[in-house]
Design a protein around this ligand. Structure first.
Ligand code: ZN
Length: 200
């Protein structure tokens, strides 16, 4: 038996999502068609609105609905301090900490030449341009500690050094409330390397 063409089309459409294979896609399609027509319509509307209305901020590449995202558009944010992160989710994490008053640059990924992700795909030419403008005095690296994250961090470091801009890196290590015995060796080694005087 074959599905009706529209059902097939819906199932196929779901398989574009990361981690969703044909079977999960089929389950999702059935769930919406069986009991979720209203949610399905909302999903469709939200998809349409986001695909048409969301763009990348000209300055930081984060998602935005105007040329500038709310952070870049906020005059109270310190434009001399720019934190380099891999994803918009990382920005959210920093914002939720409530500690950071600088701006961001969102790479939307990490260098991975084998997957075709080079400096241009990450907008590093845009970052290079911003560094040359002279407004930035410090970059804070907050990319991951994977091989790709390290490669990205080193690339950004080179760009910053060429522009004479200082670079720092967020400390890596033991999570708050974490128990040492459950922390892996590499993380513990990083934490030890990043130790600082015990005065605050
Ligand atoms: Zn922005």
């Amino acid at each position: 038996m074959k599905h009706a063409p529209l059902v097939d089309q819906l199932i196929n459409a779901f398989t574009c999502l990361p981690g969703v294979g044909p079977r999960s896609a089929q389950r999702m399609a059935y769930a919406l068609l069986d009991r979720g027509r209203e949610s399905g319509r909302r999903l469709g509307d939200a998809l349409h609105a986001a695909m048409d209305g969301v763009q990348h901020c000209e300055r930081c590449r984060n998602y935005a609905e105007a040329a500038l995202c709310p952070v870049c558009d906020d005059p109270r944010r310190d434009a001399s301090l720019v934190c380099i992160v891999a994803t918009p989710g990382d920005v959210l994490a920093f914002e939720q900490s409530g500690e950071y008053r600088g701006q961001y640059f969102v790479l939307m990924g990490e260098l991975s030449p084998l997957d075709g992700v080079g400096p241009r795909e990450l907008g590093l030419d845009v970052l290079e341009q911003r560094l040359k403008e002279g407004q930035i005095s410090e970059l804070i690296l907050a990319t991951g500690t994977t091989v790709e994250g390290e490669a990205t961090a080193h690339y950004v470091l080179d760009l910053a050094q060429d522009a004479g801009v200082g670079v720092s890196r967020i400390a890596q290590g033991v999570p708050m409330g974490g128990e040492l015995e459950f922390v892996d060796g590499a993380t513990l080694a990083q934490a030890l390397k990043g130790r600082r005087p015990f005065d605050s």
